[in-house]
Design a binder for this molecule. Structure first.
Ligand SMILES: Cc1cc2nc3c(=O)[nH]c(=O)nc-3n(C[C@H](O)[C@H](O)[C@H](O)COP(=O)(O)OP(=O)(O)OC[C@H]3O[C@@H](n4cnc5c(N)ncnc54)[C@H](O)[C@@H]3O)c2cc1C
Length: 409
């Protein structure tokens, strides 16, 4: 039996794979998905996994500055992020194809659309064909690029766009997908319990395992890992999105572009720039973001907050066609991206030789981009630990070279 802590995309994806492999699973979380615009409680805020764009981005993602901070000491490298992202890409692509074949109530909520990614300075190192097999550079002769250039404020007096590429990318309607994931794990037999877990898991591992009759614990608690893993490298990056709608419910492409991303880049003084992302979430709603504010825990932004106004001005400054949208019923969503200075952590906790906790947290602004790949790695570590325990050994999972580059973990 596996106890999964966390009811966000990381916990539910991990639980889904475990259930498919025949494990019994209990998921404990203090917060679950809200039913979005359908929620009877209009004040209820969506959880972080719902607030996400959720756009798939080839790492390092643009929405959260550089996702990869200290590759040498980190739990995971850029190469690992890319593998996880590509695993997730393939899975969402399959789900998007499946969505077009099944009844609405059975849909996951994924779509493949064309992402136009623009840069104000050349990213370093520049993506090459082999680094981003999905990508296409800007082609002056390409009529699609001509259309795109006309649709945005491209030139030196506006956004001074230097470079760009486009490719097919999955976009997930997170309200639909979180509902799908909850139903999926329930149908497959998971038990769901609402509970706040206090303190480091390390201190209460035995107690929790006895309470839940669990053989092992997966910690997919996002920012909660700051406490549950006593990890002071975990920190929030506040973000917000405006939710816009069209009167006629026809979420037409923005002058030929499905989805626009201008990632935050560092300027010549090494100061972080600002980002724009415009993501059509479904036929009705376009999500417009975003804000990147490190170490800010305060979720009290309003439409009138200066940074929200600035975000909106920036977005319709870049793509003027956006101004035809109207604010949707719940026009602002805000959340805390669960970042870690040590990058994503999918690894066993080895603070004691007998520890039976596997971590899956620190996904920052890329939780959906990485979710499927991270869940597979997490399950692989869980299985190896269980297998070794059965064989009478209690050595930790990093012995097999999985889930982390920090030798000490
Ligand atoms: C504005 C914004 C835009 C974003 N855009 C994108 C995007 O375009 N693409 C993308 O890939 N990602 C995006 N993200 C990031 C993405 O939302 C996160 O990386 C992802 O949701 C992390 O998922 P998680 O399951 O790890 O954590 P969470 O969704 O935070 O879930 C954590 C779970 O753990 C539970 N928990 C925590 N502590 C405890 C405790 N002590 N006891 C019990 N339960 C606990 C919580 O209740 C919750 O159920 C965005 C985020 C924001 C805020």
């Amino acid at each position: 039996m596996v106890l999964v802590i966390g009811g966000g995309v990381s916990g539910l994806m991990t639980a889904w794979i475990l259930l498919d492999k025949g494990y019994r699973v209990t998921i404990v979380a203090e917060e679950w998905r809200q039913r979005g615009d359908k929620s009877p409680d209009k004040k209820a805020d969506r959880m972080t996994s719902q607030i996400a764009g959720a756009l798939w981005e080839y790492p390092p993602g643009g929405c959260g500055l550089s996702e990869i901070e200290v590759p040498v000491l980190a739990y995971s490298t850029l190469a690992q992020y890319r593998t996880w992202a590509l695993q997730s890409f393939l899975f969402y692509k399959l789900l998007a194809e499946n969505d077009s074949l099944v009844a609405e109530k059975n849909r996951f909520g994924a779509r493949m659309i064309t992402l136009y990614q623009f840069f104000q300075k050349l990213p370093a190192p520049p993506p090459s064909e082999d680094q981003n097999p999905q990508g296409e550079r800007t082609q002056e002769a390409d009529p699609e690029w001509k259309k795109a250039k006309n649709a945005i404020k491209y030139g030196p007096n506006d956004f001074n766009i230097q470079w760009g590429y486009r490719h097919q990318a999955p976009v997930v309607d997170t309200d639909v997908a979180m509902e799908f994931l909850m139903n999926r794990v329930r149908d497959k037999g998971a038990t769901l319990e609402t509970r706040h877990i206090r303190e480091d898991l390390h201190l209460q591992e035995r107690e929790l395992m006895d309470d839940f009759k669990a053989d092992i614990i997966v910690n997919a608690s996002g920012l909660g890992a700051k406490v549950l893993a006593s990890d002071n490298q975990v920190f929030p990056v506040r973000g917000a999105v405006r939710r816009m709608t069209l009167d006629n419910n026809d979420n037409a492409a923005l002058d030929g572009m499905d989805l626009v991303l201008l990632p935050a880049q560092y300027d010549t003084r090494n100061q972080p720039g600002k980002t724009v992302f415009i993501v059509p979430r479904n036929e009705k709603t376009t999500v417009v973001g975003s804000i990147i504010q490190r170490n800010n825990w305060d979720l009290a932004l309003t439409l009138e907050s200066p940074e929200v106004e600035d975000m909106w001005k920036r977005a319709h400054g870049l793509v003027p066609a956006l101004q035809t949208r109207k604010p949707s019923a719940r026009p602002l969503a805000q959340g805390l991206r669960p970042f870690s200075h040590s990058n994503v952590r999918v690894s066993a906790d080895n603070r004691t030789a007998s520890c039976r906790v596997v971590h899956n947290y620190g996904h920052g602004g890329s939780g959906w981009t990485l979710a499927v790949g991270c869940a597979w790695t997490c399950v692989t570590i869980v299985e190896r630990m269980l297998h070794r325990a059965e064989a009478g050994s209690v050595a930790n999972a990093n012995v097999w070279g999985l889930g982390g580059h920090r030798g000490a973990d």
